[in-house]
Design a protein around this ligand. Structure first.
Ligand code: IVH
Length: 257
């Protein structure tokens, strides 16, 4: 077990455009912002369908990795996460004395197909979806099995941070993560107001099937950290972010007997 020094929060879900309009209205009202004169700037990001992990670097060196768990207590997955090729053993440049970086571990679709094909050839059970395979891979007792799975990770936030002031915005935070050699999702955009959010949702939704990994929606985060702090949290979710989910996939089944 690992106790998270800074809790790993979850996100409120929205499905309809009107939910996003209501979210933006709440944000504006709490910040005292006039919609026309000064639209709220958001970082819009794909909602990656994987598993959240938190990785601790001490003096820039990989120290420990944990799953989200219930947000307060996670599971230690240090040995397994170390095998992921895009997780650096040492951060580049001037990293803070202590920094916890957070993101989503996922299995790209091509890797999922390959692992399942090989499992089928060996007569083993196949996994239902990339998320289940990623979760199973992180829970392996033998890190060599995890190493054989082509897992990847995109980082999107930080937890504990000592020895450096946190960046002034989500956009700057992502740039900082990249400067340390950590991968971030290439689809992230800075958008203005509810119109910018909904345009982003539609554009990513149209390209969803072409992306090399699975996403189940998008996340809008108030870009300014000062505004995030003013908005704060309710129970386990920030008031400054929301997940805009895609409708669930529907399939037809013919009942033949
Ligand atoms: S931010 C304070 N950004 O969604 C907000 N989460 O429903 C913390 N997720 O546990 C999360 N993509 O596993 C954030 N771009 C993204 C995300 C993302 C996927 C997952 C994450 C989190 C869950 C919350």
């Amino acid at each position: 077990e690992v106790q998270h020094a800074v809790p790993m929060l979850s996100l409120d879900n929205a499905f309809a455009d009107s939910d996003i309009e209501a979210f933006n209205r709440r944000v504006r009202e709490r910040l005292g912002r006039d919609a026309e004169a000064e639209p709220v700037v958001y970082a819009a990001e794909p909602k990656l369908d994987g598993l959240a992990v938190s990785i601790l670097y001490v003096a820039g060196v990989y120290e420990r990795a944990a799953t989200r768990g219930d947000g307060v207590t996670g599971e230690d997955v240090t040995a397994n996460v170390r095998t992921i090729r895009s997780v650096p053993q040492r951060l580049r440049g001037a990293a803070p004395a202590v920094i916890e970086v957070r993101g989503e571990v996922f299995l790209p679709l091509a890797g999922f197909d390959r692992v399942n094909r090989e499992a089928a050839e060996r007569g083993e059970k196949i996994y239902v979806n990339p998320r289940n395979l990623a979760a199973g891979s992180l829970r392996q007792l033998d890190a060599r099995v995890t190493a054989s799975r082509p897992l990847d990770v995109f980082f999107y936030s930080i937890g504990q941070c000592e020895g450096s002031a946190p960046p002034a915005s989500q956009t700057e935070l992502l740039a900082r993560l990249r400067s340390w050699g950590l991968r971030t999702c290439p689809e992230i955009a800075r958008v203005e107001g509810v119109a910018g959010c909904l345009e982003y949702y539609r554009k990513i939704g149209a390209r969803r099937a072409q992306l090399p990994y699975q996403i189940d929606g998008v996340v809008y985060k108030v870009d300014s950290r000062a505004d995030q702090e003013r908005l704060g949290f309710v129970s386990r979710a920030p008031r400054w972010a929301i997940a805009h989910k895609f409708p669930a996939d529907e399939e037809l089944t013919t009942l033949i007997g």
